[in-house]
Design a protein around this ligand. Structure first.
Ligand code: FES
Length: 336
């Protein structure tokens, strides 16, 4: 039997999944409720049960008897036994999420092309990382050094974290990741960080512009938008030097093939006559300027090398787009 969960303040309702917690049902239906451990210990998911009945799927320790008597419940463990009305604060900005230092284990290292690998990281079973699609984490290295990597998975898919690592000759972490890092290695990170995330309350059509592994946060944002059922038009342009640098080209093409509101245009900057590439060539920002005369109604998300990000910022503003609608994440190469 399926029950209805209603948020008291907004009067919005969503169905409770079969045998699913209030938190799971909320996240599935696009509501960003706060959470931390997702196992009843930390109390981050606490909210008020105004009406209805629940039971806990596991024993909980993150709530006091007094709080329970006052009507509070831990939504990460609470399974509805009737229609329920709840009071819960939704996370809609970076400041609502606490930044934490956490350990994680490398569960898989996947080679995506000649110079990009994908790392899958798992947190301890008592922890989950809450973040907004597109944010990044800092891997904490020896001697106080750190390296930033965007999260390539969407928040609803937080069982493992996904990073795309490009090989830089002499790069402190990338040399280690490509030549020494093994599955099961324990790492530490701090996050989530950054203000590069999907603005969900906007109704502007979206242009996404990625260069190289700037694809990672764009992937997280597009998967999040698809999960939300956001029907805004998304035109994704991925700039790379050569075809082999489009390391998840087929995934991007599949988004476009399966969803009418998503367009995908890969653009290569270094092709020669011998290449069989039939697609667009040149700098990625120029391809967009050729395609769209008036950019003033769009919202733009751009991530990648600093020259590309700056070219997007400068040229798009010249084409009528207010800078407040350009969200960017520029990959500065860390030298220390
Ligand atoms: S998320 Fe930690 S107690 Fe629910």
């Amino acid at each position: 039997m399926s029950y209805k969960i209603t948020i008291d303040s907004s009067k919005e309702s969503f169905p409770a999944g079969n045998n699913e917690t209030i938190l799971e049902s909320a996240l599935k239906n696009g509501h960003s409720f706060p959470y931390g451990c997702r196992n009843g210990a930390c109390g981050s998911c606490k909210g008020k049960l105004i009406k209805g009945n629940i039971h806990y799927q596991n024993e909980v320790t993150g709530i006091s008897e007094q709080e329970s008597e006052d009507g509070y419940a831990l939504f990460c463990q609470a399974i509805p036994e009737s229609d329920v009305i709840i009071e819960a604060k939704e996370i809609d900005r970076v400041g609502d999420i606490s930044i934490r230092k956490l350990p994680c284990r490398v569960t898989e290292i996947e080679k995506l092309n000649h110079d990009v690998i994908r790392l899958y990281l798992k947190l301890p079973s008592s922890e989950r990382l809450q973040f907004l699609a597109g944010q990044y984490i800092d891997l904490l290295l020896r001697e106080g050094k750190k390296r930033s990597f965007s999260l390539a998975n969407a928040p609803h898919n937080d069982d493992t974290l996904e990073l795309h690592i490009r090989h830089y000759k002499g790069g402190l972490f990338s040399e280690y990741a490509f030549h020494e890092l093994k599955e099961s290695t324990l790492l530490r990170f701090e996050g989530p960080l950054g203000t590069f995330f999907l603005r969900e309350d906007s109704d502007r059509p979206i242009i996404m512009v990625a260069g190289g592994t700037g694809f990672a946060p764009i992937k997280g944002i597009i998967e999040h938008a698809l999960h939300l059922g956001d029907q805004r038009q998304i035109h994704f342009y991925w700039g790379a030097r050569k075809e082999e640098d489009l390391y998840l080209n087929q995934l991007a093409q599949t988004w476009a093939d399966e969803h009418d509101h998503i367009l995908y245009t890969p653009v290569l900057s270094e092709t020669d006559k011998a290449d069989e590439w039939q697609g667009r060539t040149g700098f990625v920002h120029n391809a967009i300027l050729e395609d769209i005369e008036d950019l003033s109604t769009y919202e733009v998300y751009t991530c990648g090398p600093p020259p590309m990000v700056h070219a997007v910022l400068d040229s798009f503003v010249e084409r009528g787009l207010s800078a407040e609608y350009i969200y960017s994440d520029s990959f500065e190469f860390a030298t220390s």
